[in-house]
Design a protein around this ligand. Structure first.
Ligand code: CO
Length: 298
């Protein structure tokens, strides 16, 4: 009896040792015995532009980001499929955010701060949010990602941007001349940032008006404000990160339906200034402050 018992004990003991041994060995198989060291990167994400001259302002952001965050790898991605396809036909390949992130993971990066260089938290930003969320928690690669907010996300941002735009107006513009800014506008609820921006501009300068191509306020609204202002001289400026297609055609183009043509036909003297907001270092700083917050959380 005693002998049988102890034989059984040995068997149980042997089984236990085997199980403990396997349990200890498993994590070593999974991670080759060592935890991956953290490797950080920044991904700057913009809608993109197919206008090479306009794309030059992205170099400005790139340079400023490199100065502010030295030693951190910086990559770029464009969210617009149309722009990427157009550029690819011209031989310039730009990554989508998903592809740029997968490449980083493949190169051993573990922590990425993704910065949205969009104007408002609209559709493009929310898509980017979903992309980053879906690429975290994989079996390999990226361990953590944080997302920096677009340009206009708080009253503080809007105040800074309004002041930066006004400080950068052409010196020839006199206070009795109107300024019309063209934002993009969207069907997305985040369009509310545009009338909010218009309010900040009106507080700082009663002759500066904000309109949008695809949202509210529209050109009709701007026209009624121009009429009430009593001025016949109008400066036209894009309120977009780059002075691309919308600025060159919808704002300042010679076609009948451009804002310049419509306002000129109504008796206004228009002077377009084609300069993207990303050319203004004070505005780039607002984006980079959001990126700094994303890096802190990484
Ligand atoms: Co557009």
């Amino acid at each position: 009896m005693l002998q049988r018992f102890s034989k059984m004990h040995y068997r149980i003991l042997f089984a236990l040792v085997l199980m403990v041994g396997l349990a200890l060995a498993l994590p070593a198989f999974a991670g080759h015995g060592k935890a991956k060291p953290a490797k950080k990167a920044i991904l700057l994400v913009t809608f993109g532009t197919s206008v090479p001259q306009a794309a030059k302002v992205f170099d400005n952001i790139d340079k400023m980001a490199k100065v502010r965050f030295p030693g951190v790898e910086i990559r770029w991605a464009y969210t617009s499929v149309i722009i990427r396809k157009k550029l690819a036909r011209q031989g310039q390949v730009m990554d989508s955010p998903a592809l740029a992130l997968v490449k980083l993971a493949d190169e051993g990066y573990t922590h990425v701060a993704v910065q949205s260089l969009h104007m408002i938290p609209g559709q493009e930003f929310h898509d980017l949010r979903m992309t980053t969320a879906s690429l975290t928690h994989g079996p390999e690669g990226l361990k953590k990602m944080t997302l920096g907010l677009p340009l206009l996300t708080s009253a503080g941002d809007m105040d800074r941007v309004a002041k930066a735009v006004l400080a950068d107006l052409p010196p020839e513009r006199t206070k009795d001349e109107a300024v019309v800014l063209m934002g993009h506008g969207t069907h997305h609820p985040a369009n509310a940032a545009y009338p909010a921006m218009a309010f900040f501009f009106s507080l700082a300068d009663p002759k500066v008006f904000m309109g949008t191509v695809e949202g509210f306020p529209d050109l009709e609204t701007v026209e009624s404000q121009l009429k009430a202002s009593g001025t016949k001289k109008v400066w036209l400026l894009p309120f977009m990160s780059v002075a691309g297609d919308h600025a060159m055609n919808d704002l300042a183009g010679d076609e009948d339906d451009s804002w310049k043509s419509i306002l000129t036909a109504k008796g206004y003297t228009c002077r377009p200034v084609l300069k993207g907001l990303a050319a203004n270092p004070v505005i780039v700083d607002v984006w980079l402050d959001h990126l700094a917050k994303a890096l802190e959380k990484l």
